[in-house]
Structure formats: structure tokens, C-alpha cells
Design a protein. Structure first.
Length: 379
């Protein structure tokens, strides 16, 4: 891909690291959370933390839609597939998330449930067209990045009159979750960690722009720097955060100017707003109930809402007692703090969602050897 190599330059990385070390006040400590799982993987893959001074700490956030999907939502899909005999469609990472009674979509499929991995909601639409005698349900997850395609699929189904197609909508919203990390009552259960600023998500911000973070930065006095996914993007964002903290500023800055604007993709926003509306509350794995943090299907498109069509009720389910995904998603603990990590819990045998997802922080630490004390050398 053209221009990628420029954002992985060793010499420039060292110069940025030298600037961070020079400008970080040795008398204080800095703690920055990268919200997005893509940033977590970039940091682990390229050994970014090895280049930072000891008083600058990166904290992994909950920025992976598979990781924050609670067990109760997986159970709703299992109920549809096993008890209602629907054809359930979803993305590949969701297939292996552990649910109740030792089940997952993959294991339910092995028992005979018709559960299919798809690459987009359009694949599910095509299955509904090809099987008019079957109920086809698409379990839709993701942050604002994958929400517009879901909205388009619902709109297309309405235009075609595909009355055998519906969605189990589990789309969540990023800004509300960032604010919740600082003010939620779950702090008493999971503990808390001081956060001086946030590395803002990249793909999400391409859609929503940088504007939605401005109120958060002002209200909570926490700087946000939106960054791309390459190692130099992340390091430059860290340098920008250090400078904001040193100056006593709490602003939204955009390092990822080559893709993100202040207003975002207005067409994508309009499509989403036409079909989807904000839920009053939604449970996130590790964060608990987060107000105004997820989307639901508008009444005008109620016939495509699987929760209404099949009269589904959500039931919260606790995580595995020894799984630390909740605390890891909040940044309170590191993957290596979990007793299951790397032994019982591996990518081949995941006990929690943070190891299942390709963007999960546990998967990042396991894949790139961050728990083996082996230095990762940038390419």
C-alpha cells in the first residue's frame, strides 16, 4: 500500500521517542489510554512501549466491539438459532465468543444450528433472498464504523419487502463509553486507573469526525488526540498528549488529518440517523450499563427488528469468575494480570472475549509476545 512505509520509519520513530523523553516531565507520571483495539495491536506489534520513557504508560481500553459484547447478547442469538431455528448470520470473530452453558456460536453450529459467518450485512440480505422460506437474522455489532452498512441493509430490505430478514442490533457508540470510563459506578467493582488523556479511535472518527469528542474533553478536562494505526501515528499522538498535559490543555487534536475531518462523513451519519436511534441504556462487557451508548432500530423499520419480531428479552449474564476481561477492558488490569492468560486461555481456547477477538488486548499481547519479555522490533 502506497505511503504506509513512511509511517513505519525507524529513524523517525527514534526521533519522536527522543522528543517524548525530552518533553515528558520526569517529576510526574503520564497515563494515556488508547481506546481502539487497532491501536493496542499497533503498540504491541511494533514495540511502541519499549520506546517510551518509564513515566509514560499506555493503558489498553475497551475499543473492540467483540470484546465489549456481553454474554447476554450472544445468548439472545443462540436462542434464535437453537430454539427458533432461524438462519443466524454474523461476523467471524463473534462465532467463538464464549456464552452461557459452555456454548458459543461455533459450538452451537456443531450441534446443528444454522449459524453462518458473513463478511457484511449484504451477505445476510442475499441469504434472505435465496431462502425466502427461512427466517434470516443478522447479529450486527460494531462501533460507528460498521453502523452505516447495517442501516443501508435495513433500508434495502424495506425497499425489497424482504419480510424474512431482520437484525439483532448490537451497535455501540464510542464517545459515551469514553466518558463512562471516568464516571461510572462500576469503578467500585473493578477499581479505577488515573487517565491523563486518550488516543482517539481512527476508523470511528472517519465516520463521526472529531467534533463529538469536544464536549467530553471540555467537561472532563481530558485531552483527546485522534491517531491513525501506524506506529508513527501512535507515537506522534503520544507526543501531542504529553504536550497538552504539560500545557494544562484539554483539547481535541487530530493527528490523523489524512483521513479524519471535524465533521466526519455526513452521508454515513445521515443514513444511520434515518434508520437507527439511540438506546436509553446498553450493557457493555466490563463497563456495565452505559447510558445513551448504543443504537436500536427506529419504529418505522420495526418489522426488521429481531428483538421485537421474536419478543426477545435481554438477560444479563456474569463472566467466568476467573476471567479478568472486565477489568482489562477498563484498563484497570493488564492481560498478564489474569491467571488464565497464556495457559488456560489462548487464542485456540479463549475463555474471554479479549482473547477471542483479533482486536482484543489479550490477543495482542499473546500474538506479539508482550508477556514473554521478548523485545518486538519494528519492521
Amino acid at each position: 500500500m502506497k505511503y504506509v512505509i513512511e509511517f513505519r520509519d525507524r529513524d523517525l520513530a527514534r526521533r519522536i521517542a527522543e522528543n517524548i523523553a525530552r518533553e515528558a516531565d520526569p517529576s510526574r507520571r503520564y497515563a494515556f489510554m488508547e481506546f481502539c483495539g487497532g491501536h493496542t495491536h499497533a503498540i504491541a506489534r511494533y514495540g511502541v512501549t519499549d520506546l517510551l520513557p518509564s513515566n509514560v504508560r499506555m493503558i489498553h481500553g475497551p475499543g473492540c466491539p467483540v470484546c465489549v459484547l456481553p454474554i447476554g447478547r450472544i445468548d439472545m442469538g443462540l436462542q434464535l438459532a437453537l430454539q427458533r431455528q432461524v438462519m443466524l448470520c454474523t461476523y467471524g470473530d463473534v462465532m467463538r465468543v464464549p456464552a452461557s452453558d459452555g456454548l458459543s456460536f461455533m459450538r452451537a453450529k456443531a450441534r446443528g444450528a444454522d449459524i453462518r459467518m458473513v463478511y457484511s450485512p449484504l451477505d445476510a440480505l442475499q441469504l434472505a433472498r435465496a431462502h425466502p422460506d427461512r427466517e434470516v437474522v443478522f447479529l450486527a455489532i460494531g462501533f460507528e464504523t460498521t453502523t452505516p452498512p447495517t442501516a443501508l441493509a435495513i433500508r434495502q430490505a424495506a425497499r425489497e419487502g424482504l419480510n424474512n430478514f431482520s437484525l439483532l442490533c448490537c451497535h455501540v457508540l464510542t464517545p459515551a463509553a469514553i466518558a463512562h470510563l471516568l464516571e461510572s459506578p462500576e469503578v467500585r467493582q473493578y477499581g479505577t486507573v488515573p487517565i491523563d488523556g486518550f488516543v482517539g479511535p481512527a476508523h470511528v472518527s472517519i465516520v463521526i469526525g472529531s467534533r463529538p469528542y469536544e464536549g467530553f474533553a471540555t467537561q472532563h478536562r481530558k485531552p483527546v488526540v485522534i491517531a491513525g494505526f501506524e506506529p508513527l501515528d501512535v507515537m506522534q499522538a503520544i507526543l501531542m498528549l504529553v504536550r497538552q498535559v504539560n500545557d494544562g490543555r484539554a483539547e481535541v487534536e487530530n493527528e490523523f488529518t489524512r483521513a479524519v475531518s471535524r465533521e466526519g462523513n455526513r452521508h454515513a451519519q445521515a443514513v444511520t440517523a434515518q434508520v437507527l436511534d439511540v438506546r436509553d441504556s446498553f450493557e457493555w462487557r466490563g463497563l456495565g450499563e452505559v447510558p445513551k451508548s448504543a443504537l436500536k432500530i427506529r419504529p418505522e423499520y420495526a418489522e426488521f427488528d429481531a428483538e421485537r419480531r421474536f419478543a426477545l428479552d435481554y438477560v444479563a449474564v456474569a463472566d467466568h469468575k476467573q476471567c479478568e476481561c472486565g477489568a482489562i477492558l477498563r484498563g484497570v488490569k493488564k492481560p498478564t494480570d489474569c491467571k488464565l492468560f497464556g495457559s488456560v486461555c489462548t487464542p485456540d481456547n479463549p475463555m474471554g472475549s479479549c482473547m477471542v477477538s483479533s482486536e482484543g488486548s489479550c490477543a495482542a499481547h499473546y500474538s506479539y509476545g508482550r508477556f514473554r519479555d521478548i523485545p518486538v522490533v519494528a519492521a
